[in-house]
Ligand binder design. Structure first.
Ligand SMILES: C[S@@+](CC[C@H](N)C(=O)[O-])C[C@H]1O[C@@H](n2cnc3c(N)ncnc32)[C@H](O)[C@@H]1O
Length: 240
């Protein structure tokens, strides 16, 4: 499907950098709709979620008739490890919020119980789909993806690029964005602030200039979702 192939087990910089327990997160369709202003047409086309983690977007888009594929290097670890990491991540995420309460805003979720229930529900939907339709879950990692040029209508990327800009530099981001723009006709990335203190990405302007020079139109678009304080914008990439 969509011209992808399995890749060998991954030991790239992304996986090494993100082996902590709170990072294999499970956002659901409602969160993805809000982070990326997705509409029904986006969900029924060919859709790539990279880095998908334990998000349920692909499972839920598939139910709606979309041809959706999830990419994450962690899938190479096998289902049992994924299940354990997810359980730890759900707990770790709650703890992280308790420890850094000032960094989060609750307008979108309303309260902690709603947020926790949404993450748990998305995790359950993801795990069921991972077992039932493993062909939708591809172990691969940016900045190289095992898909043909233009294989997808839309690629979305939540909480990897920009989020980890302390560890992944401007050159890496440029390579990753070029690769996403190679395999998809449109790319959306959220959020544009860094993990931790939510500070803006220092090299965003430089990166936008570089992308423009590569024949891509890059625009920063405000979205309705905000959880990490200041994280309420996405990057949208289209061919010029
Ligand atoms: C914070 S999670 C986000 C998961 C999901 N997108 C969400 O919003 O809930 C970040 C994910 O990026 C994955 N990851 C790390 N390095 C990567 C890379 N180079 N390419 C693709 N995914 C990567 C991790 O395994 C992890 O599952």
């Amino acid at each position: 499907m969509l011209g992808h192939q399995r890749t060998p087990p991954l030991r790239g910089p992304g996986l090494r950098a993100f082996s902590g327990t709170v990072l294999f997160t499970s956002r659901g369709l409602a969160e993805y709709r809000a982070m990326f202003t997705l509409d029904d047409a986006d969900l029924t086309g060919s859709l790539l979620d990279c880095c998908a983690g334990a998000a349920s977007l692909v499972a839920e888009a598939s139910v709606q008739g979309g041809r959706a594929v999830a990419v994450d290097p962690f899938y190479a670890q096998g289902t049992a490890t994924v299940r354990d990491a997810l359980r730890d991540s759900l707990r770790g995420g709650q703890q992280l919020i308790e420890d850094h309460e000032e960094q989060f805003v609750w307008d979108w979720y309303g309260d902690r119980a709603t947020r926790d229930a949404m993450r748990a529900e998305a995790a359950a939907v993801f795990l069921e789909d991972l077992s039932g339709a493993p062909q939708r879950y591809v172990a691969a990692e940016l900045p190289r993806l095992p898909f043909a040029d233009g294989a997808f209508d839309l690629a979305v990327c939540s909480h990897l690029l920009f989020t980890w800009a302390r560890r992944l530099d401007c050159a890496w981001h440029l390579k990753a964005l070029r690769e996403l723009a190679r395999v998809a006709r449109e790319v959306r990335v959220f959020p544009l602030v860094r993990a931790g203190d939510g500070s803006p990405t220092p090299f965003l302007t430089e990166l936008l200039d570089e992308l423009g020079g590569l024949g891509l139109t890059a625009e920063v678009v405000g979205v309705e979702y905000e959880f990490q304080r200041g994280g309420n914008q996405m990057l949208r990439l289209l061919p010029s």
